[in-house]
Design a protein around this ligand. Structure first.
Ligand SMILES: [Zn+2]
Ligand SMILES: [Zn+2]
Length: 581
């Protein structure tokens, strides 16, 4: 059998494959037809080309990791498009902008990258060694568009979390004390209809409460119309996802995003899930205290201690990076609060069916702003104070904290204490002088970076054959030249492979295969369909039956990309902690 172009032997690289306990061992990787296979199976016998005709690629001295997985990045759906429409000036001729933009030279937060189009999203991720990305805020009523948009992104596999917890139907069911089993069925049906990979709750109940003129909704506050509390919503949704066996637990954007003192809401949120698995997203924006003269302080230590003590909780950070970006969120309540800070001064707020909301606010994070500098510090403190990297993912909440293209810079900050101190010294003097970062000596190892960016997210999402390089895994592989400057190293991998196809070589895209879509198919009682249909007929513009995306249609949405059904957890797995060593 002749080896295809997705078969090769990667020779002599230093393998960082934490899922399989391999920490820098020098080994050959054998790839056949897009999969990693046992030695010999790729068709090599010591000669440059083996009997199977698999070419040999020399990786000696290089660092080899699985393809990166971004578990929280806004790359699909109407918010991304609204952000692009709001900021046409960021899509000017890039070469000219690169000369003008002081951030571009350092590679961080280059202006045009904060609202990339679908093609650019795929190319830039692949160039950085990423091969999979998940959109965290897909509206059920808009799922088709989200899948179409992501289907246009070349190279990357993708998937999305569907939003629940501000939709009228769920709130109505809770208010009417409908049996939990029916609510669980509705959650299962929604995941099925939207072809989602998970469920995200954004400001539980708060987006809906905003429409009833509430301007804040803390964990135990009552929604003025439905009378329910965020705590009830969190309990109901975490229990529903646990019983449905969803591999990724409830993805929680907690109450009071960005508000000084919101650490109390975040700790109450952790408490509300009562020991069930839960994932706290862009946690940097939820780790604020009220100490000091400005009544705004870091609560990273308090949060890290809570996380360290609770193996059921995982998180992604949502690190802030300096420069121009645009914030795009379903959290209308918080975006209305932020609108005055828009830079440039324009923004969009929108309502979507009876499902949720949407706010787009352009923003420039500035080194000399006390608040922005402290946000930067808080994110890094969280990375460095949370002990278990398996429960944490590296994100900037692209584009909310900054664009994903800043990841190499962020990795260097985590790996290089001297560089971190240097950067800290350039920030607002009060932050530079008082940040806890000064005392934190921790530097991430390559192995820990591999967990944070690959192995960990794969485990948190239940992706068995991604984020690792064991026999049988997909050959999504990134090969880096080992360099002391970790930013340079992670900025331009030597080779990137997607399912065994070389897609990038030293920062140049060399092939653009079509990515696949990850989703789950929970079981639910189909009697719920009638109930959902009645609600949709009465109140919504799209009939419930029409909002269900079939497999053929999903495949079409993704330009023929592979449908990758992720296995549900067994009940004994679903109840346990988030995993981790
Ligand atoms: Zn969010
Ligand atoms: Zn987000």
């Amino acid at each position: 059998m002749t080896a295809g172009r997705n078969s090769f032997i990667l020779r002599g690289g230093r393998i960082h494959d934490p899922a399989n306990g391999v920490d820098g061992a020098v080994r050959d990787l054998h790839v056949r037809n897009g999969r990693i296979v046992a030695a010999g199976a790729a068709g090599e016998d010591g000669s440059p080309r083996g009997p199977g005709d698999a070419p040999v690629i020399d990786a000696s001295g290089m660092v080899v990791m699985a393809g990166g997985i971004d578990m929280h990045t806004h790359i699909g759906g109407s918010k991304a498009n609204l952000a692009r429409s709001l900021l046409p000036e960021l899509h000017r001729d890039r070469s000219r902008l690169l000369d003008e933009d002081p951030f571009a030279a350092s590679g961080q937060a280059a202006c045009p990258i904060c609202t990339p189009g679908a093609l650019e999203t795929g190319y830039r991720y692949a160039e950085l060694g990423y091969t999979t990305a998940f959109e965290p805020a897909m509206m059920a009523s808009n799922a088709r568009h989200a899948h179409l948009e992501m289907g246009d992104i070349p190279i990357l596999d993708h998937g999305a979390y569907v939003m629940l917890g501000n939709d009228d139907l769920l709130l109505r069911m809770l208010a009417r004390r409908v049996d939990f089993e029916r609510i669980r069925d509705y959650v299962g049906w929604t995941v099925h209809a939207a072809k989602a990979m998970g469920v995200k709750v954004v400001n539980p109940g708060g987006i809906s409460a905003f429409k009833f003129n509430q301007r804040a909704l803390d964990v135990d506050d009552r929604h003025v119309h439905y009378g329910i509390t965020p705590r009830q919503l969190l309990q109901t949704l975490t229990r529903a996802l646990t019983e449905l066996g969803m591999p990724h637990p409830l993805h929680i954007h907690a109450s009071n995003l960005g508000v000084p003192g919101n650490i109390a809401s975040t700790l109450a949120t952790i408490d509300a899930v009562e020991g069930l698995r839960a994932h706290l997203t862009h946690i940097q924006f939820h780790s604020y205290g009220t100490e000091g003269p400005r009544k705004f302080s870091s609560a990273a230590l308090e949060l890290a201690e809570a996380i360290n003590a609770r193996p059921n909780i995982s998180l992604d950070v949502g690190q802030v990076v300096f420069g121009q970006t645009v914030t795009a969120s379903g959290d209308t309540m918080s975006q209305v609060r932020n609108a005055d800070l828009a830079s440039p001064r324009k923004w969009i707020g929108a309502d979507i069916e009876c499902d949720a909301g949407c706010g787009i606010v352009p923003f420039r994070y500035r080194e000399q702003s006390y608040v922005n500098a402290l946000q930067w510090s808080i994110g890094l403190e969280l990375f460095l104070l949370v002990r278990d990297p398996w429960r944490m993912a590296l994100t900037t909440d692209h584009p909310n904290g900054g664009p994903f293209t800043s990841y190499p810079h962020l990795i260097r900050l985590l790996m290089d204490k001297a560089y971190r101190d240097e950067q800290l010294a350039t920030l607002h003097p009060d932050v530079a002088a008082t940040s806890r970062l000064r005392e934190i000596g921790r530097e991430y190892s390559l192995q820990e970076v591999a967990i944070l960016t690959r192995a960990g997210p794969a485990r948190l999402l239940g992706l068995k054959d991604r984020g690792q390089l064991g026999t049988g895994a997909a050959a999504d592989i990134a090969v880096f030249r080992d360099q002391a400057d970790r930013e340079a190293m992670f900025r331009t991998p030597e080779y990137v492979f997607k399912d065994g196809v070389m897609v990038a070589r030293r920062g140049r895209i060399v092939a653009e295969p079509v990515g696949g879509v990850h989703f789950v198919a929970p079981r639910y009682d189909r009697a719920i369909e009638r109930y959902v249909a009645d609600h949709a007929d009465r109140y919504l513009t799209v009939a419930a039956a029409d909002s269900v995306i079939g497999h053929d249609e999903l495949c079409n949405c993704c330009r023929g990309g592979r449908l990758m059904l992720t296995a549900l957890l067994r009940q004994d797995e679903a109840g346990s902690g988030a995993g981790g060593d």
